[in-house]
Structures are given as structure tokens and as C-alpha cells.
Design a protein around this ligand. Structure first.
Ligand code: BES
Ligand code: ZN
Ligand code: ZN
Length: 495
């Protein structure tokens, strides 16, 4: 029996423990009386306005049982993300009061993609990371929902059922990434990332193949920048390449996805202060996104060839660690003066970009928890998007918007290029100025990109929620980027 079912909407509340009802402030409650009047009166008493993110749990009696109608404000310009957030908030409420059956009544204002938004809201809002908690706490936090009925107009039933399937796949992929990010660096080593990639390939029924290069092989490929970062760690670096090929793909368009895969970032000899290191197990969130996407590619089946690259290693201080002032030769042949060993992500990405370019892909997209500076600029909810191609910028922003994963365009300013010039090498790994660190990091990557259409997405802010602010993203790893990329790949596969 499936968790989700789609039913035909009526104008009364369904006989379920909790019904989610969307309401745009100032508009009528979309039900028949006396239920509409009862809800309207209660909302009036509470001085509800129907703003987005406003929620009201209103108890009422029906057939001698107590039921709850969970009213979610839609705001002035309702979007699909209002649905996703509202449902996520409802599922969290339901868990606290031990309710297991939920009905969601689709609003008139939004019909399209309602199925995927509801499923994502339930699965992502209800997510919690529990493997290390005692059994009792696990059971409490896990309290699962047994049935979610989605009520839609009779013409929307088939489309909504289809949307539910998409939503399940997208949510599963995001949760795959969340679990990897939430696991400590003690258990997610570079080798574990490589084994995760192998596992994904094994389960893909031949659609996905994987290749993992060890230290020796990376040396042979000249990956001096990546290996410099890995040098001080006792774990072995792993360079992971995944390739997905759709069954019928005459056009052979290729997209390369690159994920930053630093399983722990201590800063190296340019050691981070303790506080800055506390959450640095998340520095492989970009890699987790790539793996999350690949975990569903052979089911979502976008009509486009997709390659995934992860240069996985740890950034640790040690007697044999890389030092500030060292100069290394990257796989591209360019030399890099390492001024700060904590600006390590760009070094690993530089070699991953060079590796990806061997394919001559049509598009390169990298995701990286790259700079604290990006968090300072955009906060924890927005990712920075740096892109050298306007069509690609638009496609990414559209996909991000549809999935409620917000990116903000940032500039690749030519004027700042001199900041990463070095007197002793082709390029230096930090800017000479204190400011605009997110931009100089992006400009550094661009040195290795050349002319290929490319997007760099700095996810340092949204990769991890220290506290929940958006109900779709409970505390911890967010999986930010997974759904946006799946959406993007599906869409450009159709172009
Ligand atoms: N992994 C960090 C960036 C980061 C910071 C991610 C906060 C998530 C949250 C990255 O490797 C780093 O340390 N960047 C430095 C660069 C600096 C030394 C030029 C930074 O942003 O401070
Ligand atoms: Zn760092
Ligand atoms: Zn880092």
C-alpha cells in the first residue's frame, strides 16, 4: 500500500485526523458552510492574515471525533513552494501530536506540480537523522505518517499521481545527500564516498558506470593541486568519476557535474579556529549532491549524458602537509601558489575541472561549500551562482525556483582578476584583498574553465541548517541542489 493516494476533491473537509487547507488572506475559505464559517470565525479571532508561512492548527469535532484543520497561508503571490513548505510544516506538527493520517486539499490557485510538492513536503519536512540516537528517541523522532491523501479536481488526478512519483524520486535523492552530509567525517571518508559511488553504479542496471582513481593514478594524471590538499591526511584520496548514459540519446549532449568532496576541512596548516571547524564535516556537501543526483538518474532517466566528478580527500595539518608558500602544478599544467591551505576546495576543483574538460562537455556545473564570504554576502538560505553563459544562468535559476532552492546571481568581475595574480606562479589560491572572497574563488575556478558554458554554485550557506528556518529543511544537511539539478537535467534533456 502506497503512502500517498490521490482523490477527488469535494467542498467539505475529509474525514481524516488532520486536513491541510490553503488560504489566501482576504479570500473566502474554499469550503461549504458550516465548515467554512467555523474556520473563518476561528481565523478572525486569531487575527490571522493568510500571509505565506502563517499556519493555524484548528481543532473541530466531526462524527464524534476531534479533528484538526491545519490552515496554511498562501500570501499574495502563491507559488508551488508555499505548498511544499505548508505540507512540511503540517507533517512536523502531525508528528508532535502523534497523528498518522493527513489529507492535503489542493488550492484553486495552484494545480500544477502539486503531487511532487506534497510528496517532497512530507518526505523532506519529516526527515530526521537518527542513527546515533538511543532507540527510544529514534522511535519518537521517526514517528511515521501512514497515509497522505491528496485531494484535487477530477481533471488533475492523473497528473497529480504522476507528480507524486517524481516527488518521491527527488526527495529520495535529496535525503541520500542529507544522510551523507549528516554522517560524521569519522564515518564518511574519501573511501566511503568512492564506495557509495560504486554502489550507485552497481544498482543502476548498467546505466551508470564508475571509475575511481587512487593516489598513484592521480599522480599519473598530474593532479598536483588535488594531491597537495590530500597530502597531510592519513586517509587516501579518491578521484571519483561517474557516468550516466541514457538508453536513447541521439544528440549526445553532455553535462559534467562536479562536487567539492572535502570530507573534513580543518584548514590544514592555515588551521581554522575551533568554532570554524565545528561543522566542517559538511565540506563534502557538493559531492553528496552529485551522489544524490546519481542515486536517482537511472530511475528519473533524463535524456542527456551526465558525468559526475568528485576529488575526495581530507584537509588536515601534519608534518607532511602542504605549506603556505608552496607552489604546485595542477593537471591543467598551470602552477598555483598556495598562500592559504584553507582555500583548499578550489585546488581540488581545479583538477576536477581539467579532468571533466577531457570529455569536452557542453556544460560544466560545480557545487561547492567554497567560501565563508558567500555566506556573509547571501546568508544561509541562498546559494551564490556564478555563470559565464546567460542561457545557462536562466535555466539554473528557473530550475532552482521551481524546487524552492534559491540561488542568487553573483558577478565574475574582470576588475578583480588581478587579485589572484601571483609573482611566482600562474595564479594564487587566495585574493590579495580581504574582500569579495566568493568572487575571487569563482575567478580562480574560471582560470581552469576556459570557454565551456559553466556554472559555479557556492552552497556554503544553504548546504547545512544549523537551525531550521524553512520547514522543508530540518536542522542538519539540506541536500540543497539535488532537486534543482534533477529538474535542470530533465528539462535540458527535452531541449
Ligand atoms: N570549506 C570552507 C568554506 C566554508 C565556510 C564552508 C563556512 C561552509 C561554511 C573553505 O574551504 C574555506 O575555508 N574557505 C575560506 C577561504 C579563505 C581562506 C580565502 C573562507 O571562506 O574563509
Ligand atoms: Zn578551507
Ligand atoms: Zn573547504
Amino acid at each position: 500500500m502506497s503512502l500517498f493516494e490521490v482523490k477527488r476533491k469535494t467542498d467539505t473537509l475529509p474525514s481524516v485526523e488532520l486536513s491541510v487547507l490553503f488560504w489566501q488572506g482576504g479570500k473566502d475559505i474554499p469550503l461549504r458552510n458550516p465548515e467554512a464559517r467555523m474556520i473563518q470565525n476561528e481565523l478572525q479571532q486569531r487575527r490571522a492574515t493568510g500571509e505565506a508561512s502563517e499556519t493555524h492548527a484548528i481543532p473541530y469535532a466531526k462524527n464524534r471525533s476531534i479533528r484538526i484543520v491545519y490552515v496554511v497561508g498562501l500570501g499574495e503571490n502563491p507559488s508551488i513552494d508555499n505548498i511544499r513548505r505548508g505540507v512540511a510544516s503540517a507533517v512536523q506538527y502531525a508528528k508532535t501530536v502523534n497523528i498518522r493520517n493527513i489529507a492535503v486539499i489542493a488550492p484553486e490557485q495552484i494545480q500544477e506540480n502539486i503531487g511532487s510538492a506534497v510528496v517532497e513536503g512530507i518526505e523532506l519536512g519529516g526527515y530526521t537523522f537518527t542513527p546515533y540516537l538511543p532507540q527510544k528517541a529514534r522511535d519518537e523522532r521517526k514517528r511515521s505518517i501512514q497515509k497522505v491523501s491528496i485531494y484535487v479536481g477530477k481533471d488533475d488526478i492523473a497528473a497529480t499521481e504522476h507528480g507524486c512519483e517524481t516527488g518521491k524520486r527527488f526527495a529520495f535523492a535529496a535525503i541520500f545527500a542529507r544522510n551523507l552530509v549528516n554522517e560524521p567525517a569519522l564515518s564518511v571518508t574519501p573511501e566511503v564516498l568512492a564506495n557509495t559511488a560504486r554502489d550507485i553504479a552497481r544498482k543502476s542496471k548498467g546505466n551508470i558506470i564508475v571509475d575511481v582513481a587512487d593516489r598513484k593514478e592521480c599522480e599519473d594524471r598530474g593532479m598536483g593541486a588535488f594531491l597537495a590538499v590530500a597530502q597531510g591526511a592519513s586517509s587516501e584520496p579518491q578521484f571519483i568519476h561517474l557516468a550516466y548514459r541514457p538508453e536513447h540519446n541521439e544528440k549526445r549532449k553532455q553535462v559534467a557535474l562536479i562536487g567539492k568532496g572535502i570530507t573534513f576541512d580543518s584548514g590544514g596548516l592555515s588551521l581554522k579556529p575551533s568554532e570554524g571547524m565545528e561543522t566542517m564535516k559538511i565540506d563534502m556537501a557538493g559531492a553528496a549532491v552529485v551522489l544524490g543526483v546519481f542515486s536517482q538518474l537511472s530511475i528519473v532517466k533524463p535524456n542527456i549524458e551526465v558525468h559526475g566528478y568528485i576529488a575526495a580527500c581530507e584537509n588536515m595539518p601534519a608534518g607532511n602537509a602542504i605549506r603556505p608558500g608552496d607552489i604546485v602544478r595542477s593537471a591543467s599544467g598551470k602552477t598555483i601558489e598556495i598562500r592559504n591551505t584553507d582555500a583548499e576546495g578550489r585546488l581540488t576543483l581545479a583538477d576536477a575541472i581539467t579532468e571533466a574538460k577531457k570529455l569536452r562537455p557542453d556544460i560544466i556545473i560545480d557545487l561547492a561549500t567554497l567560501t565563508g564570504s558567500c555566506v556573509a554576502a547571501l546568508g544561509e538560505e541562498l546559494a551564490g551562482l556564478f555563470c559565464n553563459n546567460s542561457e545557462l544562468t536562466k535555466d539554473i535559476i528557473d530550475a532552482a525556483h521551481a524546487e524552492g532552492e534559491h540561488v542568487w546571481e553573483m558577478p565574475l568581475v574582470d576588475d578583480y582578476r588581478p587579485f589572484i595574480r601571483s609573482a611566482v606562479a600562474d595564479v594564487r589560491n587566495i585574493g590579495t584583498k580581504k574582500w569579495a572572497g566568493a568572487i575571487t574563488a569563482a575567478l580562480f575556478l574560471q582560470e581552469f574553465i576556459g570557454k565551456t558554458p559553466w556554472a559555479h554554485i557556492d552552497i556554503a550557506g544553504p548546504a547545512f541548517a544549523e537551525q531550521q528556518t524553512n520547514p522543508v529543511i530540518p536542522e542538519g544537511g539540506s541536500g540543497f541542489g539535488v532537486r534543482m539539478l534533477l529538474h535542470f537535467l530533465q528539462k535540458i534533456g527535452k531541449k
